[in-house]
Design a protein around this ligand. Structure first.
Ligand SMILES: Nc1ncnc2c1ncn2[C@@H]1O[C@H](COP(=O)(O)OP(=O)(O)OP(=O)(O)O)[C@@H](O)[C@H]1O
Ligand SMILES: [Mg+2]
Length: 416
């Protein structure tokens, strides 16, 4: 294995059901860089629940295994990884900042300063800032400005979307990554990452929502006028569907997962009444079969509830009538056949499954699943950061450099 070339980027998505590790190479240095997938690996784990580490040893083991497998596949070694963050311990809100413009026109430094002013609020002792995403600017009295650099004015105001996260949760996740022998380059909000992997620029501009159906959590995030506007996480997710199958079909948790992935369906009317599948039997039970319709019925009922809760969240955020580009489903649950039909019925909006693929080359088939939206998005986020800051930084930056790069980096996040 060679050392880490400049253009390598690595991502780690530590989910409630599995750890996914991806390694890519940035194959062009444009604003929307293409990434060549070199290695991909997943490892089942239950060390993390909804983004919170509950077993450090087990999480470290799974991270070590997934990254090792991805590196063997890629034939390269990585040291720094972009790591996803999501869950109920993530909070987000808008904040307002005002500065006076120092020169004759607005410069990058003015934008960085106004973002810093808007971000400089108290999050409480136990939370820290993950992202500060500039949303809209106002120059003097003119509203709705998205790109203020180069414009003339004396008073610059910014609306910034601040994403904060419980510090202890981040620290524990970082501890697992470091124990596995890697360094966290940056923690990234998972819905933001997913949006980079699956949304088209038009969808992001017109208005759409990503509903991520994970194993331990369902994340709803809303994009409008090019920016993320709302994000929320609920614990009502794939695990509930699995539990229903455990009780409904009298099978173990592991078998319920397998049955769900192999024979599952989210929309009952799509399943022929005659379809039958084999249930794992115990020595006492003997061979058993079940109607696929029964399985589909259980899954349909529960997934409908999950999607209805997502719709409630969209309504509460005030976006129900403002999503002409509809709903994009990602996460493992989005691989269930019939989920689009169910989604259209619940949301009464256009619905599609968000599968990564654009801007990718290399081993694309290993990431062409809605379950890989977050890890692919993390790679793309890393690639964008590497391009905008001029190459991947290996090793720690000195605090002085960090101080200069801090505000600029935050301003750069405006691009996401
Ligand atoms: N082909 C499939 N059909 C149906 N369900 C599936 C399929 N593949 C995965 N799932 C379900 O998706 C869920 C896992 O999704 P995902 O890998 O996105 O979650 P995670 O990242 O581990 O968890 P979280 O993001 O909630 O912490 C599980 O409930 C699993 O049963
Ligand atoms: Mg996940």
């Amino acid at each position: 294995m060679s050392g880490e070339p400049q253009r390598l980027v690595a991502a780690l998505d530590v989910g409630s059901t599995r750890v996914a590790a991806l390694i890519g190479e940035i194959s062009d240095l444009s604003r929307n860089p293409r990434v060549r997938i070199l290695g991909a690996a997943t490892e089942r784990t239950n060390g993390i629940r909804r983004g919170v580490v509950r077993d450090i040893e087990e999480t470290t083991r799974a991270i070590t295994k997934a990254l090792k497998d991805a590196q063997v596949m890629a034939g390269v070694e990585v040291g720094t990884i972009y790591c996803g963050v999501a869950g109920e311990h993530v909070a987000a809100r808008s904040s307002h900042g005002v500065v006076s413009v120092t020169g004759s026109e607005i410069r990058t430094s003015d934008v960085a300063r106004v973002n810093d002013v808007a971000s400089n609020i108290s999050f409480g002792r136990d939370h820290e800032l993950l992202h500060a995403i500039a949303q809209d600017f106002r120059i003097d009295q003119q509203e709705g400005i998205t790109e203020p650099i180069g414009m003339t004015g004396s008073r610059l105001e910014a609306e910034v979307y601040l994403v904060t996260v419980l510090s202890s949760a981040l620290q524990n996740l970082r501890k697992c990554v470091e124990r596995a022998g890697y360094r966290v380059g940056e923690f990234v909000l998972e819905p933001l990452a997913a949006s980079l992997a699956v949304l088209t620029p038009d969808e992001r501009e017109l208005g759409c929502a990503i509903v991520e159906l994970g194993g331990g959590s369902t994340n709803v995030s809303i994009f409008h006028s090019g920016k993320i506007r709302h994000t929320a996480s609920s614990t009502f997710a794939g695990g509930h569907v699995t539990n229903d199958l455990v009780h409904g079909l009298q099978v173990t948790q592991l078998d319920a997962e397998r049955i769900k992935e192999r024979f599952g369906a989210a929309y009952e009317p799509l399943v022929p009444e005659t379809d039958i599948f084999q249930l794992p039997g115990t020595p006492g039970q003997g061979p058993r079969t079940a109607h696929r319709r029964v399985l589909a019925h259980i899954m349909h009922m529960r997934l409908q509830e999950v999607l209805e809760l997502a719709l409630d969240e969209i309504s509460r955020a005030g976006y129900r009538q403002r999503l002409p580009a509809g709903i994009i489903l990602t996460g493992g649950g989005a691989a269930t056949p019939g989920i689009v039909e169910l989604g259209r019925e619940v949301f009464a909006l256009p619905v599609r499954v968000g599968t990564p693929g654009d801007h990718l080359t290399g081993l694309v088939d290993s990431v062409e699943s809605p379950r890989m939206a977050v890890p692919v998005g993390l790679l793309m986020y890393g690639a964008k950061q590497a391009v905008t800051t001029g190459g991947l930084q290996e090793g720690r930056r000195s605090p002085a450099v960090e101080k200069v790069l801090g505000p600029v980096k935050r301003w750069l996040q405006d691009n996401f």
